[in-house]
Design a protein around this ligand. Structure first.
Ligand SMILES: Cc1cc2nc3c(=O)[nH]c(=O)nc-3n(C[C@H](O)[C@H](O)[C@H](O)COP(=O)(O)OP(=O)(O)OC[C@H]3O[C@@H](n4cnc5c(N)ncnc54)[C@H](O)[C@@H]3O)c2cc1C
Ligand SMILES: NC(=O)c1ccc[n+]([C@@H]2O[C@H](COP(=O)([O-])OP(=O)(O)OC[C@H]3O[C@@H](n4cnc5c(N)ncnc54)[C@H](O)[C@@H]3O)[C@@H](O)[C@H]2O)c1
Length: 493
């Protein structure tokens, strides 16, 4: 990849004798930073995009894309195990770990290449390949020691794995997601710590690829789920497939090449692994950017206090976006926040607030997990039990049974009085698609009644969604419960 557009020694800013070197300086050329750059460039040419590397974005390099590539391989390995249900038998899968990881890495490199090409395509002198930290409110000190000034600044520095101190007892066998995607072969065994999104996705995928996996969670949490019924259903489902301890107070040590994990006093409560994968959450990359040298208001944790509808930190000329803000650390949110911050930084002091899209989060486990709109926990906090709940189990749902994918539970939440659809949590088949339907309904401000007026084909998984809304309709006091397995709804609808 040519770096001819990368400016490392000197730049040509300060056009027109302006007070600052740049109108906008963006720290971080990830998803949020690139979106900010594109947006700000609509208003001014005097934009600097600063990134100390590696380029390529977290999503493409060590996040969304390589994780989904690994999951795709795991799905291929798992498919044969499901087919005896249909009277179709394949032999045991033969998993070539080297070939699995070769595809993950080469496809990953391809995605990263596209991103790099986009950054380098921004034009001469637009990218400054150095790390930056604040020297004062308008001044950034670069890694080389040089300084630049900017009228507005966007912080888009992303996030990094947060690793509990106790894990370091595993020495060089302690790894994070970044390291997994550098493997050239699959290991024999891993202890995955953290039953959040990353832990579930990587843990299940590695298990299906023949790696001995044990997942160690905390507080019985399962991914992002907050509804106790859906969470318990999910925990039972995953426990039925691979070894998982949803709450463990474990002790970690190292014995030769092995990581030893002990989670109780019984002899069978100790296991040895090749690696310990830390998937225990992420923290924003804001601790080393010199925020203490600015006049910004910081929270107790040292995070800039900002408005998520404008990206603006306090009443300053500084904006924050993406995982650095850590409100919704997801790819599409990083892109939206980057655009918002870039526009407002360029327009400054005329910055505006913009409404946000309906929240949506998907975990690419199997079954998939999805949450949309307001979570169960946030509704409980906001209104106690004063909201209506509808639900459907996918165990007897027609289409799910036909496909042998009849594992899952969807719970939908609606506002009493208005019948407005507020949010949903689910585990189940094709959750990635059903979640989009649900999120679009929330963003459109639909009521349960309006949703039930929509067309539903037969036999489809969406009929299960309809059942959940029919039971919500009843919980709202708007109508009777749907008959169980009603024929005109389609069998098991
Ligand atoms: C394993 C994994 C799987 C994921 N899967 C999904 C998924 O399926 N779907 C989804 O929506 N999200 C997923 N995510 C989350 C998603 O990847 C992130 O939310 C998103 O990439 C954040 O983008 P960003 O621009 O904020 O940060 P990044 O892309 O990390 O960009 C930050 C940039 O800032 C640079 N930088 C940092 N500090 C400085 C500094 N001081 N000076 C200059 N440059 C600096 C870095 O080099 C980097 O290039 C996943 C994350 C992980 C880790
Ligand atoms: N499909 C997706 O959209 C996707 C996939 C992967 C990552 N992501 C993003 O990346 C972020 C980070 O993912 P993550 O999984 O690292 O964080 P997470 O916040 O989703 O989960 C971390 C989990 O680790 C647990 N934990 C903390 N300390 C622990 C300990 N000592 N022992 C055992 N468990 C412990 C927490 O209770 C929590 O359940 C996510 O919030 C998400 O925004 C998204």
């Amino acid at each position: 990849m040519t770096q001819q557009n990368v400016l490392t020694h000197g730049f040509a800013p300060n056009s027109g004798g302006a007070a600052y070197d740049f109108d906008v300086a963006i720290i971080g050329a990830g998803t949020a930073g690139m979106a900010a750059y594109r947006e700000a460039s609509q208003y001014t040419d005097r934009v600097a995009l600063i990134d100390g590397g590696p380029l390529g974005t977290t999503c493409a390099r060590v996040g969304c894309m390589p994780s989904k590539l690994l999951i795709a391989a795991a799905e291929a390995a798992h498919t044969g195990g499901r087919t005896p249900l249909f009277g179709v038998r394949y032999g045991a899968p033969e998993i070539d770990g080297k070939a699995v990881m070769a595809r993950v890495r080469s496809e990953r490199d391809r995605f990263v290449g596209f991103v790099e090409a986009a950054v380098f395509g921004f034009g001469d002198g637009k990218l400054i390949s150095e790390y930056a930290r604040f020297e004062d409110d308008h001044t950034l000190r670069l890694g080389s020691g040089r300084k630049i000034t900017a009228r507005s600044i966007v912080i888009a520095t992303g996030s990094s794995p947060a690793i509990p101190q106790a894990f370091f007892a595993a020495g060089d066998r302690l790894i994070v997601n970044d390291d997994v995607f550098e493997w050239t072969d699959l290991p024999g065994s891993v202890a995955v710590f953290g039953a959040g999104v990353i832990g579930l996705e990587l843990g299940q995928a590695l298990h299906r690829l023949g790696v001995r996996v044990r997942l160690f969670g905390r507080d019985n949490l399962v991914g992002p789920l907050t509804d106790p019924f859906v969470r318990d259903y999910a925990a039972d489902t995953f426990s039925g497939e691979f070894a998982a301890i949803w709450h463990a107070d474990s002790r970690i040590s190292r014995d030769g090449d092995a990581v030893v994990v002990r989670w109780g006093d019984e002899p069978n409560q100790e296991e040895r692994f090749d690696y310990l994968i830390a998937a225990t959450g992420r923290r924003p990359n804001i601790d080393k950017i010199g925020l203490e040298n600015t006049s910004l208001s910081l929270s107790e944790t040292g995070a800039p206090i900002y408005d998520p509808l404008s990206g603006r930190v306090g009443d300053s000329h500084i904006f924050i976006a993406g995982d650095a803000a850590f409100d919704l650390p997801l790819l599409h949110e990083a892109a939206d926040e980057g655009r918002l911050a870039g526009e407002n930084a360029a327009r400054f002091p005329h910055s505006y607030r913009r409404s946000r899209r309906a929240p949506i989060g998907i975990v690419f486990s199997d079954p998939q997990i999805a949450i949309v709109g307001a979570t169960y926990a946030s509704l409980m906090k906001r209104s106690g039990c004063d909201f209506a709940i509808g639900e459907v189990s996918f165990e007897d749902q027609g289409r799910a049974r036909v496909m042998g994918l009849n594992k899952g539970l969807l719970r939908v939440y609606a506002e009493h009085g208005t019948g407005r659809f507020l949010g949903a949590e689910m585990i189940g088949p094709s959750a990635e698609h059903l979640a989009h339907l649900l999120a679009w309904a929330i963003q459109s401000g639909m009521t349960v009644e309006q949703i039930l007026q929509m067309p539903f084909y037969h036999p489809v998984l969406e009929e299960g969604v309809r059942t959940a809304f029919r039971t919500a309709n009843h919980a709202l006091g708007f109508g009777p419960n749907p008959p169980m397995r009603c024929i005109d709804c389609g069998p098991g609808a």
